[in-house]
Design a protein around this ligand. Sequence first.
Ligand SMILES: O=C(O)c1ccccc1NCC(=O)[C@H](O)[C@H](O)COP(=O)(O)O
Length: 261
Amino acid sequence: MDILTKIINDKRIEVNFRKQLIPVSQLERSVLFERKTLSLAQKIKDSSTGIIAEHKRRSPSKAVINQSFNVFDVAEGYETAGACGMSVLTDAKYFGGSLDDLLTARASCNLPLLRKEFIIDAYQIIEAKAYGADVILLIAALLTREEIKQLSKLAKSLNLEVLLEVHNEEELNKSIMPSLDMLGVNNRNLKTFAVSLETSKQLSELIPNDFVKVSESGISSVEAIKTLQPFGYKGFLIGENFMKTTHAGESARVFIEQLQQ
Ligand SMILES: O=C(O)c1ccccc1NCC(=O)[C@H](O)[C@H](O)COP(=O)(O)O
């Protein structure tokens, strides 16, 4: 069984459990549910660097990356560094994240926050809003076109932006629709974990220009970004490269400074 199938099997059980624990009506009463959300797409459009910096403790491909940072410091550091937004992994079993991480990030910075999660149910989008997210991720490999439509429309009705992630042409073709804000190309093959920036380069011309283009995963140098920018990418999602250091915020600051030169 590949890792994505394993993650999704576990996620179905987790989501059913959570639904019973905290009903939608309770999520909708959260103070953050009424909050005015921030636009990550606009921040990326206005930026010359477009960095979405991720909080990532561990991953299926790299095991432990960093267990010692606290989310408060990382969020504050990323904001000071000049990131456009922050991605917060909320999956516990495979990434060591949680919704509390999202809440802590929300309390610690004014950056647009992406809930980085394996979303398969409308309930998780309502959770995202209740815990302070501005953006949700939809992964085309997990969803039918009809599901992408339903879930993205729900997100938009809650004033959340949608980053749709693809890995290949087939996923891209089935996903294009007006209820998406950003199209992300994941450079990591989720079956083999091999990373290749060629994936972003090859798919770029197939992405209509009305979407903000984001390149995700395996970006570890300023040079990598400079090779992706001519392909129309404005946003760059970076996790491990910052989280594996002794100070995620400081490493993002140095990276963004070099990118501006
Ligand atoms: O990172 C993984 O190993 C992984 C495995 C299976 C599904 C998703 C996975 N990662 C989620 C992400 O998309 C990345 O955390 C994100 O793009 C940042 O990637 P990186 O800069 O390479 O840490």
